[in-house]
Design a protein around this ligand. Structure first.
Ligand code: GLU
Length: 368
């Protein structure tokens, strides 16, 4: 899971975007980068493997002034975590910059078409195809939002994309499928981010972006459309939670904080659900007792440490419910042909609720 920020306004775009990336650091990443549309025209890009500090060092001496900017923290899925593979990725002319969260499943097919048409690949990522595809659409005469919509219609997989182009300096275009994106609405400036922490230092007015929607972010306002360009109205909401909630609460690392918080987290999870006679009530579970009794096998799908919590779940469920449980990496499960039927329960575990492979595993299970 990575972090994404986009900004159009009056402030120095680089500072806004770097601040947003710092606040999104908790999501984890292996490299970081920014692109700024300079007021004089032209796109300036810096990207570095490793911590944000490496990027901050790189931008310290560089001229990255401009009021339209995008930023990214990467969690590599295609290509090693190197400077070359860090986002933003550019088209052939260096006039389109793209940051991307997720995976483009059909990138190889798209890439071979692009290479046949003379585009040169400069990274090992799946993401880079998007920059070249937008380049082609702009060359056809589409504006940036139409170009992004057209490209999204050709993409398979999961993505949050944020795109900027020298030919359209007043707008940043973002799109999402299967992964989260939020709009921040300011005065004379607007934002997009992976979550509200990306812009909460600047505005507390936010708007959700739904599946397969495209956002045109300009200084004076934001337009949201579907992939065909039909404008979609939506409500904004006020973010009233405390920024500290997303920060480290005095611990040196989030991991330490979360380890220390385990007793409290378990207590809060059980709170209001345990009855005096020791039974657990899961009212949110949309299954009848009969449904639950009908389950004859369980899959727990998850990635990383969530996978390990799934292993604990297996021991508990098998011991108490006597139903066989298989725990499986979501990234394997989603690509194979598991034996599922109507009496199989699939449990997905994700701390963020956003782990792309786990979400895909759930869709895969449903489709079976
Ligand atoms: N698939 C892209 C890459 O490997 C984006 C990964 C991410 O979500 O950070 O570069």
């Amino acid at each position: 899971m990575c972090g994404i920020v986009g900004y159009v306004g009056e402030q120095a775009g680089l500072d806004v975007v770097l601040d947003g990336l710092r606040r999104l650091e908790y999501r984890g990443y292996d490299s970081a980068g920014v692109a700024v549309l300079s007021d004089a025209g032209g796109l300036r890009v810096e990207r570095r493997a490793g911590k944000l500090a490496n990027l901050e060092k790189a931008v310290a001496g560089a001229d990255l002034s401009g009021r339209t900017a995008i930023g990214h923290t990467r969690w590599a899925t295609h290509g090693a975590p190197t400077d070359r593979n860090a986002h933003p990725h550019l088209d052939c002319a260096g006039a389109v910059a793209v940051v991307h969260n997720g995976t483009i499943e059909n990138f190889e097919q798209l890439l071979s078409g692009l290479e046949q048409r003379g585009h040169e690949r400069r990274s090992d990522t799946d993401t880079e195809v998007v920059a070249h595809l937008v380049e082609e659409r702009l060359a056809e005469g589409l504006d940036l939002a139409d170009a992004v919509r057209a490209v999204c219609r050709d993409l398979e997989g999961s993505f949050v994309l944020v795109v900027t182009a020298t030919a359209h300096p007043d707008v940043v275009v973002a799109a999402r499928r299967n992964l989260p994106l939020v709009i921040g609405l300011g005065e004379g400036e607007n934002f997009v981010g992976s979550d509200v922490t990306a812009f909460i230092a600047h505005t507390r007015t936010a708007r959700a972006v739904e599946q397969d929607q495209v956002v045109e972010v300009r200084r004076e306002g934001v337009v949201v459309t579907d992939l065909d360009g039909t404008v979609v109205e939506g409500d904004s909401y006020h973010v009233d939670w405390d920024t500290d909630a997303a920060e480290k609460g005095g611990y040196e690392y989030f991991m330490l904080k979360e380890i220390e918080e385990q007793p409290q987290a378990v207590a809060e999870t059980l709170g209001g659900r345990l009855t005096a006679d020791g039974l657990l009530h899961l009212d949110e579970l949309a299954m009848s007792d009969e449904d639950v009794r009908g389950i004859d096998q369980v899959f727990i799908v998850a990635c990383g440490s969530a996978y390990h919590s799934g292993l604990i779940g297996k021991y508990a469920i098998e011991r108490w419910a006597r139903i066989p449980v298989q725990v499986e990496m979501a990234s394997e499960f989603r690509y194979r042909d598991p034996v599922l039927d109507r009496s199989t329960l699939v449990i997905a575990v994700s701390q963020s609720g956003e782990t792309a492979d786990t979400l895909e595993a759930v869709r895969h299970a449903r489709s079976q």
